[in-house]
Design a protein around this ligand. Sequence first.
Ligand code: MN
Length: 342
Amino acid sequence: MVAISVEAPKALRILPSATPEAPAPGEVLLRVQRAGICGSDLHILHGSNPFARYPRVIGHEFAGVIEAVGPGVTRFAAGQRVVVDPVVSCGRCYACRVGRSNVCANLQVFGVHRDGGFRSRLAVPEANCIAVPDGLPIEIAALAEPFSIAANVLSRTGIAATDTVLVYGAGTVGLTVLQVARLHGARVLVADPDAARLERALGFGADRVIQSGRESVPDGVAAENDGFGPSLVIDGAGVPALLAEACRVASPAGRIGLLGFSDAPCPVSQQEIVRKELTLAGSRLNRRLLPQVMDWLATGRLRPAPMITQTFAAEDAAAAFALIETDPGRTVKVQLDFSRSP
Ligand code: MN
């Protein structure tokens, strides 16, 4: 049994995991099998996540098998495979009451506000478990949370087959947004400075790619959508300056979805927003969208397998983190295998 803990910023430790917690009422005891490493795990490791407290067992993208259920659990039984929605909300605050549980006033995210899924066993609320259909590999199920980020931003902005979407960033976030937008029949353009990442975006179905830095993105997209520009712009790169550019290139009546978490200010033209009646939407985590994503995964509507570029044994987590840091171009989603760490 292992747990991957950030003891303090920059101090990653592989620890023997504590004796499993008995599941409380309404909770299940999960035996983790697969877990994905996210950019936000790296932020916690580097001390740049404003919500993290230390020491912290990280990990919020995880799936496994239920070993035991606590009192009152009705939807699941031991032996069932589940993926976990890491967003725990109170159900009582204003945001929860209006269906926006991902911005709950008392938000608790596994691996951020409370110890997460990079450990052999943990207890999770039954309400956060989503069944993994028979035949769907557990490593694919563990991708449900990253795809839910894309599902959430596109539900915030709306997405339709009539849209021309410009996605900034061809990293993990950009590639999930690309796939979910294509699933809705939209035309998708991807901008990124890195040619290899753009090649990957083409492999995931991008209609066009634009190498920012070498080509002007505004010039490159100006003729799109009958010359009106993209109807939807998603910033999956989290670069503050892109907000101003997004407002400039978006079509009249366009929408802009923001995923980056920088607190650096960015000047935008109010006139641009009002003249074109743009809609700007922030998007954080996901609003109970894992069941939808699991349905897409189970019915073959996404291309998840090539997203997993490397898998490391849980004990080798330090090497997995080192690879992402030193050679990010080779990685999309790096997963940890806990199934060999009983
Ligand atoms: Mn994630």
